[in-house]
Every structure is written in structure tokens, then in C-alpha cells.
Design a protein around this ligand. Sequence first.
Ligand code: NZQ
Ligand code: ZN
Length: 382
Amino acid sequence: MQGNFIYHNPTKLYFGEASLDFLKDELKHFGERVLLNYGSGSVKRSGLYDQVVAILREGGKTIIENPGVMSNPTLEKLHEGVRIARENKVDWILALGGGSVCDYSKGVAASAFFDGDYWQHFWLDGNQPAAEQKVIPVGCILTMAGTGSEMNGGCVITDAEKNYKTGHVFDSRFMPRFSILNPRFTMTVPLDQMKAGIYDIMNHIFEQYFSGDDDNTSDYIAEGLMRGLIVASRAAVKNPQDYEARSNIMWTATWALNTLIKCGKRQDWMVHQIGHSIGAWTHAPHGYTLASVSMAYYRRAMQNGRHKFERFARNVWGVDSAEAGLEALKAWMEEIGLPLTISELGATESMIDDIVRTTNIFPAGYLDLTPEDIKQILTESL
Ligand code: NZQ
Ligand code: ZN
């Protein structure tokens, strides 16, 4: 391990089929007025909404509702949540849904007590809330596995008017205080979203794994997570009601992006930046946007990071060359039915310049990309 780092993760997790039972006890730590954020209807259809509302009422909470948090939440919806939180003087926020609802809740929590243009200050300029800023605590009941939002500070928002999607990672004060993870709740997730979530998990691991030259404990943990995910994903695609597989996927998602496997590592995150931009133009599920450019991206990264791609081939896929490792990855993606081109998501050649223009560019794991490089990656992915 070459880097210096602080590891601090304050989120308490409740995992398993009985995990919702613990909500009652958690309520004692929070105030009376709760902002209940949820999505476009899945929690009502599954009956989870009724269960949660009953527990909140029994616990003496006053519920302020904010439904309609869309997948890939928009800036406009963020403004609405901030207004509701301010007007109702909420004590805490409960996110009931997938990564979008959880991300959004952190965004509202951080923005409600910020005096000024929070979008500019946090998302565009990358600042953290000041030490003295009041914090609205967030709890999460997760219904979809993928983002790791249940145990991190990430909050991705889309400015729909400008087709610009970008994330901010808030400091640990804004990470969920608790998250309830019941794999049963994920059983109703549509197949496409399940697959998108699976690739999102895999790509979070890649973004932290494909970088650096040192022998690093984080990489060994990452390899274990990848191997487990490959096994569980195959089982879940064959039988989406396989509890063992779905529970392993859910737990892997959390560890893939809960700040552990980045310790001591330089990171990449350029597939995510390109994916965000594709998402802002096509509205495709987040994980699919990542899958659609991955082969073109990693073939390029392999030229500079060959030693790591050889290790990936050997330790994750049991094959003996960097090229064979990428071929094994591609075969797995095809096997579980992931999109390998941006055209499958509705992107066209004429959209490429706009996608490039709205992509954030950072120094990456093994690549330093220019806009021209991104254009080539997108063109190869058509
Ligand atoms: O809105 P509802 O009706 O709830 O439907 C959702 C949504 O349509 C549905 N769904 C969720 N749980 C369900 C369900 N349907 C039936 N049964 C259930 N149990 O699935 C759809 C997708 O949900 P969403 O929350 O949007 O998916 P996901 O968890 O993939 O979250 C995506 C968002 O997270 C961001 C993405 O960019 C995107 O905005 N990310 C957040 C990260 C973080 N916090 O660190 C990192 C990721 O890289 C990602 O960028
Ligand atoms: Zn992601």
C-alpha cells in the first residue's frame, strides 16, 4: 500500500430478510418530522410503502411525502425537495427506493441548509458543505442493488435542460446514518434494471482496480468481489428469484463502492464520466451506459496498464493473457445480456459531439484522455 488514507464509514447496515424489523429501533435516534422520499410507484406496488408508513406512524413520526423521485434525478426535482424540506422544517430524511432516491436524499440534505446556489457550489465547483452547516440526517431503505449509494456520500444529479449529468461525493456527515438492505425487496426490480445494476457494480470495482503499479490489499479484495459477482450474476440471470444470488449481489454492491477498495489507490472513473454523459442524452439506465463503452475503453487502457490486465485475466477469469481477460469479460457481458454498443441505447453518430462536449474529463487510471480520444471511444462503441 503506497498511499496515505483515512478510512471512516459511519453508515450502520441492517442486512437480510428481517432487516426492516430494525427500523422501529432506529426511529428513536431521529426527530419527529421525516421527509419520505420515494420514486415513481414501485414501492407502492410492492406494498413496502404501506409497511414503512405504518412503522413510522407507530413510532410517532409526522410524515412529509415527496414522491416522484425519478431514475437519474433531475436538478428541478432537487430544487423541489429542498423547498419541501425547508418549508416543512424536516428533522431527517428517509429514502425509500434505489440509488436514485438515496442519492437524491443526500443532495436535499446537503442543500436545504446551504444559503446560495447549491448546484454551483457543490456539484459544479466541487466544494464540501462548511463544517458549521447544519446537517439533515438521512436513512435509507434500499430496493435495488447497484450504486452503493446506501453506504457512500455519492449524489448524481442531471441538469435536464443542459443534458449535463454530474456527481458530487459528500463527506461522511451526509452518508446514510443507517441503511436497511433486504434482498427480497430487490426481487421485483425489472430484469433490465437488475442487469444494469450488476454491471454498475462490476464497473465500480474496475474504476478502483485498473490503476497503479503497487501490490495493494485493495486489489485483492476487488478480485474477490469480482469473482463472487460473476458467480452470483450468472445464477440471478438464470433465475431472478434466487435469493442466495440476489443477496450476494446486494452485499457485493455495497462493498464495491463503500469507500473500502479505493483505499491507497489512484482511481479511474472515466467510464463513469462518459456513461453519465451518454445517460444525459439517452436516459438509458446508468449501468447500461457504462457497459456500452467499456470494451472500447478498456482495450485502450490495456495498452498502458498491461500488467494489471494480465493480473485481471489470471486472477478473475483464470485465463493467461490480457487480451484473453478482456475477451472473457466480453463473453460474460454477452451471456448476461448487457448492451455492448451505444446504438442499443438510442445514441446516434450525430449525438457524439454533444456527448463529448458534456463529458467531464479527469486524469484516469492508465489513460489521460482528450476530447478527441473520447470521440474515438464513442465512435468505436457505435
Ligand atoms: O421509481 P421507482 O418506481 O421506484 O422505479 C425504479 C426505477 O425506475 C425501479 N426500482 C427500484 N427498485 C425497485 C424498482 N422496481 C421494482 N421493484 C423494486 N424493488 O428501478 C428503476 C431504477 O432505479 P434507480 O434508483 O434509478 O436505479 P439505481 O439504483 O441504478 O440508481 C441510479 C442512479 O444512481 C447514480 C446513477 O448515476 C443514477 O442517477 N449513481 C450513484 C452512485 C453513488 N451514490 O455512489 C454511483 C453510481 O455510479 C451511480 O452514478
Ligand atoms: Zn455507477
